[in-house]
Design a protein around this ligand. Structure first.
Ligand code: NI
Ligand code: MN
Length: 227
């Protein structure tokens, strides 16, 4: 199983059976400029944490071309259907669904959610993805929240993707608190250094994680993590 990071909060999991693309903000993402274009992505599944433009991104274009199943909260899947793509799987916070390639659970995220055109996007979410005895937690845009301790107790997380850019989500120090609750085998930082408002000293962040005793891996856009 491989995880390819595209920068900001966009990444794709290739299970060997299915390509699962999360938050495909590709066009206009300065991190993806020399790495990938939206036209080059043909996922089987697109998973969305929320409707903000830096996550929604190229969803409609990629979904229409590839025929991908779009998994998101029901407000987002309604919007996708209203835009003419019917292959959707609506969910809501706390619910899990089994697919032929694995299992997805929508977790709580403390943030907001609206589409670039202002349409209400429902509540934001994170996801637990369980595939072939591996567990990936994508926190989505959020601050740390106390129930992360339950997620950590109930799941042996192999990789946790945590936002660390501050301003719109948790920052570096708070990501340590999140890791203490989640206890993942590996932390991957996302949602930083894309825009001036979320500039982070990633070396300092790594040092904080090291000091707290957590394995951390900084992925550059285009890097592939094999699990
Ligand atoms: Ni957001
Ligand atoms: Mn965001």
């Amino acid at each position: 199983m491989q995880l390819t990071y595209y920068g900001h909060a966009a990444f794709q999991i290739d299970t060997g059976r299915a390509k699962i693309l999360f938050d495909p903000f590709i066009s206009g993402n300065p991190h993806t400029a020399d790495v990938v274009t939206a036209d080059e992505l043909s996922p089987d599944v697109i998973v969305l944490t929320h409707a903000h433009g830096d996550h929604w991104g190229d969803t409609m274009d990629i979904a229409r071309r590839s025929g991908a199943l779009v998994v998101a909260n029901i407000e987002i899947t309604n919007y996708v259907q209203a835009n003419g793509h019917d292959h959707v799987h609506p969910m809501n916070t706390g619910g899990a669904s089994n697919f032929e390639w694995g299992r997805l659970k929508q977790t709580y995220a403390c943030h907001s959610s609206s589409f670039p055109d202002g349409t209400y996007g429902g509540n934001p979410n994170g996801y637990l993805l369980e595939v072939a005895n591996r567990c990936v937690y994508a926190a989505g845009d959020t601050c740390p929240f106390a129930e992360m301790a339950w997620i950590g107790e109930d799941h042996a997380i192999d990789v946790a993707l945590l936002p660390i850019g501050d301003c719109f989500t948790m920052g570096p120090e708070d990501s340590i608190r999140a890791a203490r609750m989640l206890r993942p085998a590996l932390v991957v930082p996302v949602h930083y250094n894309t825009f001036p408002a979320i500039t982070a000293d990633i070396g300092k962040w790594k040092a904080l994680m090291d000091e707290a005793g957590f394995a951390a891996r900084i992925l550059s856009p285009g890097d592939v993590l094999t699990m």
